[in-house]
Design a protein around this ligand. Structure first.
Ligand code: PLP
Length: 393
């Protein structure tokens, strides 16, 4: 059967692939530690589960408007006002089947063949694939430790052409955990305004920032920047709700309207009980969000320290999200592998630790390790990797 051209070049998600491989080995009875996952290991807070259960019992099991329940949109509007001082109308919002689908609808609605989207690397694996699926061209800008993996105004200027349609900013970032400051965002925003480039601000890890630092959305810096930005967010990471599939986009009314039409012709609406759960997530107590964050921060400190004891590993300490993204080129070399991909493969097959090679994130000298797992497991994983490297040196 001849398949569509657009699907032939689509790369499957590297992070989901490594998790599948680790599970396959586990199925064979091998004690594999999986650090590939991109989801909190905590269960969804009880009051959120209860709200979904109540909704089901009350018969809230039917279709909703394609863009999501008005009540949920209002809860999201309250959240934006409280957290960022941003004011939106329901017509500026679409609720989607996870943040990933908000991005999908956005690119399908925005991009014409040949339009360029600037993606700072390392990037979340999904961005370039979704841009390509929409007929767009991902334009990568490499970043490294010297700028804490952040895009600088100079680098941004260098890649802008008359085909540039959008820039993706992901703060806190998957995979590096870096966060942009107000001043850094302001400088990038000014350039985007000047060239009329839409800013796609993926803020899904907003609630996972450690220390005293506060999350800043580029949209809160000025009215002009708010008009020029589409914020992508959701409850998956903040409220340990990855499986409920609720995300959203906030932005220009005309754009959101067309994204909603596309949703109406593809998914109809996000699952109704999940929408009620998301209302409870935003309107209920945020204590569990804070508690989960503290746990993540403790794990980060522990795991970072352990990883830094491994020969050939170097890593800038992240400020947010739940990943470490060390440069392990030296460790690969020390252990006799000519690429980090091969080193990562050996970590899985020999040390039985599943990590995601940086190639999928556009940075082949690195690996991504998720610390969304218990402290005991993290200590064991670090010990296995250290032992593997030291034995092979
Ligand atoms: N954006 C980033 C940067 C992510 O890491 C993820 C999930 O891994 C998403 C968006 C998608 O989130 P959701 O599960 O709500 O689709």
């Amino acid at each position: 059967m001849e398949l569509a051209n657009r699907i032939k070049t689509l790369a499957p998600s590297a992070t989901l692939a490594i998790t599948a491989l680790a599970n396959e080995l586990k199925g064979k009875g091998i004690d594999v530690i999986g650090l590939g996952v991109g989801e909190p290991d905590f269960n969804t807070p009880e009051h959120i589960i209860e709200a979904a259960y109540q909704a089901l019992k009350e018969g809230k099991t039917k279709y909703t408007p394609s863009g999501g329940l008005l009540e949920l949109k209002q809860a999201i509007i309250e959240k934006f006002a409280k957290d960022q001082g941003l004011s939106y109308e329901p017509s500026n919002l679409i609720v989607t089947d996870g943040a990933k689908h908000a991005l999908y609808l956005l690119f399908q609605t925005l991009i014409n063949d040949g339009d360029e989207v600037i993606i700072p690397a390392p990037y979340w694996v999904t961005y370039p694939e979704q841009v390509k699926l929409a007929g767009g061209v991902p334009v990568f800008v490499e970043t490294d430790e010297t700028t804490m993996f952040k895009l600088t105004p100079e680098k941004l200027q260098q890649v802008i052409t008359n085909k540039t349609k959008a820039l993706i900013i992901n703060s806190p970032s998957n995979p590096t955990g870096m966060t942009y400051s107000r001043d850094e965002l302001s400088a990038l925003g000014e350039i985007c305004l000047h060239h009329d480039i839409l800013i796609v601000s993926d803020e899904i890890y907003e609630k996972l920032i450690y220390g005293d630092e506060q999350h800043v959305s580029i949209a809160q810096l000025s009215e002009e920047l708010k008009s020029q930005t589409v914020i992508i967010n959701g409850v998956s990471k903040s409220h340990a709700m990855t499986g409920w599939r609720i995300g959203y986009a906030a932005g220009d009314e005309a754009l959101i309207k067309q994204m909603t039409s596309l949703a109406s012709q593809s998914t109809s609406n996000p699952a109704t009980p999940s929408q009620y759960a998301a209302i409870a997530a935003y309107r209920g107590s945020q204590k569990s969000v804070e508690e989960m964050k503290l746990q993540f921060e403790k794990r980060l400190n522990l795991f970072y320290e352990k990883l830094m004891e491994i020969p050939g590993f170097s890593c800038v300490k992240p400020h947010g999200a739940f990943y470490l993204f060390p440069n392990v080129k030296e460790a690969a070399k020390l252990t006799g592998y000519d690429t980090v991909d091969k080193f990562a493969e050996a970590l899985l097959s020999e040390a039985h630790v599943a990590v995601v090679p940086g190639t999928g994130f556009g940075s082949p000298d690195y690996i991504r390790l998720s610390y969304a797992t218990s402290e005991d497991i993290l200590v064991e994983a670090a010990a296995r990797i250290k032992n593997f490297v030291e034995t092979k040196m």
